[in-house]
Design a protein around this ligand. Structure first.
Ligand code: ZN
Length: 289
C-alpha cells in the first residue's frame, strides 16, 4: 500500500463526508434545492440504469492510444452478456445507448477514421460488432435501446450537417436492427450540442449535463455509476439522503459503461436500490407515463 492510497480515504472523508467529489456536489445541490419539474411529486422513488455501449470505439482512450481502447473494448464485451442476462433475470428495466457505427457493416469506410483506426478495426473485427447472442440480449424486453452517436465523436467538434447525419443515421440503424425507433440519446462524452435536432428524428429525451434542468426532454445527469465513484455502501447512504431531502419523490439517473462494473458489483447495487425503496424504470416509461 503506498502513501497515496492511505491518504486518499482520509482526504475524502475530510472534504466530502467520505463520498467522491461528484457525489458530494450532487448531495449539496439537492440540499439547496434543485428544480423539481422533472422529478415525480407523487412520492415515487425511481432509478434508471443507463449504459453507454461503445466497445472502446473512438473513446477518449482511443485518442490516447489503441492499447487502452482495446483493453476497454474487451472488458466491455466480457461484461455485456452477463450484465444484460442478470438484469433480465431480475426484471430490471434499463437503457442502453449504442454507438451506432457498431451496427453499420460499412463503418470501416467512414472518412473520419484514420488509417490506424481502420487497421485496428479490421484486425479486431469481432470486437467491434455484436454477436447474435448480444443482439438478442439487447433486443430483450427489459432493455430500451437508444443512441450514443454514430461515430462517438464529441458533437462540439462536428458541423451542423455532420451532427444531423450522426443522429439520422443512428436512428436508421437502430430502427433497422431492432425494429423500432429509439427515443433517447446520450451525447458522446456528455458533450451536449445541437439538441434542437433531436425531436425531428423522433428522439424526445437526452441525458443533460446538470442536475437542474430547464428544457423539456433534458434528463438530469444524476450520478456516474462506476465502482470508483459509488460503492454499494455509498449508494445506500445516497438513496437515504435523497428520500430525506426530496420527500415528494425523485428520479435518479445512474449512468455508466459495461466496462465499469462486473456482475457481482451490479447485483449488490440492485439489492441496495430495491432495499432503499426505489424501483427501476426506463427513460421512456417514465417520461411517457
Ligand atoms: Zn461514450
Amino acid at each position: 500500500m503506498n502513501l497515496r492510497s492511505i491518504l486518499r480515504p482520509i482526504k475524502r472523508s475530510l472534504l466530502s463526508r467520505g463520498y467522491s467529489a461528484p457525489v458530494h456536489i450532487f448531495l449539496e445541490e439537492l440540499k439547496v434545492g434543485i428544480p423539481t419539474s422533472f422529478h415525480p411529486v407523487d412520492g415515487s422513488f425511481l432509478v434508471n440504469l443507463s449504459f453507454d455501449l461503445e466497445l472502446g470505439l473512438n473513446s477518449p482512450f482511443w485518442e490516447r492510444g489503441s492499447v487502452e481502447a482495446l483493453h476497454l473494448g474487451k472488458l466491455s464485451k466480457n461484461n455485456l452478456l452477463p450484465t444484460l442476462s442478470f438484469l433480465g433475470e431480475k426484471e430490471v428495466p434499463c437503457n442502453v445507448q449504442i454507438v451506432c457505427g457498431l451496427l453499420d457493416h460499412n463503418f470501416i469506410t467512414s472518412s473520419f477514421l484514420s488509417d490506424d483506426q481502420r487497421n485496428l478495426i479490421t484486425k479486431h473485427d469481432d470486437l467491434f460488432q455484436f454477436s447474435q447472442d448480444e443482439h438478442t440480449a439487447l433486443a430483450g424486453k427489459n432493455v430500451e435501446v437508444g443512441i450514443h452517436g454514430f461515430s462517438h465523436r464529441r458533437f462540439s467538434t462536428l458541423s451542423q450537417k455532420e451532427a444531423q447525419k450522426e443522429v439520422t443515421k443512428s436512428v436508421e440503424l437502430i430502427t433497422d436492427t431492432f425494429g423500432h425507433s429509439p427515443r433517447f440519446m446520450s451525447f458522446p462524452k456528455n458533450n451536449i450540442q445541437y439538441s434542437r435536432f433531436l425531436s425531428a428524428a423522433g428522439i424526445n429525451a437526452w441525458r443533460g449535463s446538470r442536475q437542474g434542468v430547464y428544457s423539456s426532454g433534458e434528463v438530469p445527469v444524476g450520478l456516474w455509476f462506476a465502482p470508483g465513484n459509488i460503492s454499494p455502501r455509498d449508494l445506500a447512504c445516497i438513496l437515504k439522503e435523497i428520500r430525506e431531502l426530496q420527500p415528494q419523490g425523485f428520479f435518479l439517473h445512474l449512468w455508466g459503461h459495461f466496462t465499469e462494473m462486473n456482475r457481482n458489483t451490479l447485483a449488490d447495487m440492485v439489492t441496495v436500490i430495491r432495499d432503499g425503496g426505489f424501483s427501476f424504470t426506463t427513460i421512456s416509461n417514465y417520461i411517457e407515463s
